[in-house]
Design a binder for this molecule. Structure first.
Ligand SMILES: NC(=O)c1ccc[n+]([C@@H]2O[C@H](COP(=O)([O-])OP(=O)(O)OC[C@H]3O[C@@H](n4cnc5c(N)ncnc54)[C@H](OP(=O)(O)O)[C@@H]3O)[C@@H](O)[C@H]2O)c1
Length: 263
């Protein structure tokens, strides 16, 4: 999907961080944006800033995508407003850095609903109209944590392994039909993610959300199935190909055990 002018993008998790950066950068490219998250006022403020800077339309729809039936509800709201999505940016997601039993199972259920179920359902609901147009793009925000199991971030990284595997599979199914599905895999990025995740990322290199969004858009336009942000993160993602799986688990566990903020 090379030409984005006058297209419409749905961006989940657009109230902050990487999603907010996607909203501004797509608007700058002439893309109308539907921005969604739970924080309605933040979305309205972002919509105001976009409209005062770029000549695009903005639709604000608040939704809790960790709630059951939320993807369907969001899709129906978009249809009720007579909008049609050309580019879906499945970005909303949360993580928790903690020993597996230190979080509640309810937290994990919500994380899975948000990171996996809503992402899969929005894709399922929106892909048919892209197929009818013979053109479309989907950027699914995965992670460098998609490439290997991560002790102390077990459920989050498993959810991001789903996102990568799911996206690459759909890339294989729909590329010849004019739809590009790109998994965007950032490493540590300076957003609100770390404080919610209870992650101690001091001393770790981080990217800006603007760089991550820019690389995601560029990868989609180049027709890539996935992209990893940063050469260091790319080389790290290759480790499971060269080392025994058990060695990778031990290396990641040794690193991450020290990065979990003790409550
Ligand atoms: N930051 C990193 O280091 C990093 C690294 C790799 C991958 N990622 C991925 O990047 C994506 C964006 O995260 P970020 O770093 O930009 O973090 P962020 O600044 O915390 O943004 C998360 C976004 O998701 C939304 N969100 C959270 N819970 C939601 C819910 N229940 N329903 C709807 N929206 C919800 C938030 O909005 P509301 O709170 O207003 O709902 C916010 O807009 C996530 O998928 C994350 O896993 C981040």
């Amino acid at each position: 999907m090379k030409n984005l002018i006058n297209k419409t993008a749905l961006i989940t998790g657009a109230s902050s961080g990487i999603g907010e950066a996607f909203a501004y950068q797509l608007a700058k490219l002439g893309v109308n944006v539907i921005i969604t998250a739970r924080s309605e006022q933040k979305l309205k403020d972002i919509a105001q800033r976009i409209k005062s800077t770029y000549s695009v339309n903005v639709l604000v729809l608040s939704e809790d995508l960790a709630a059951k039936g939320a993807a369907e509800s969001l899709f129906h709201k978009i249809k009720a407003e007579n909008w049609s999505v050309d580019l879906l940016v499945n970005n909303a997601g949360v993580g928790k850095w903690a020993g597996f039993l230190e979080e509640t199972v309810e937290n994990y259920e919500e994380m899975i609903e948000l990171n996996i179920t809503s992402l899969m359902k929005l894709t399922y609901l929106i892909l048919p109209e892209m197929l009818r147009k013979g053109e479309g793009g989907i950027i699914n925000v995965a992670s460098t944590g998609s490439f290997q199991p991560c002790p102390y971030i077990a459920v989050y990284c498993a959810s991001k392994a789903f996102v990568l595997s799911f996206s690459e599979a759909l890339y294989g199914e729909y590329r010849s039909k004019g739809i590009t599905v790109t998994a965007l895999c950032p490493g540590n990025t300076a957003t609100g993610f770390q404080s919610y995740a209870n992650a101690d990322t001091r001393g770790m290199r981080s990217d800006t959300p603007e760089r991550v969004a820019k690389e995601g858009i560029a990868a989609l336009q180049k027709g890539k199935s996935y992209t990893i942000v940063g050469m260091d993160n790319y080389f790290q993602s290759l480790l499971p190909r060269f080392l025994p799986r058990k060695a990778v688990i031990n290396i990641v566990g040794g690193m991450m055990g020290k990065k979990v903020n003790k409550k």
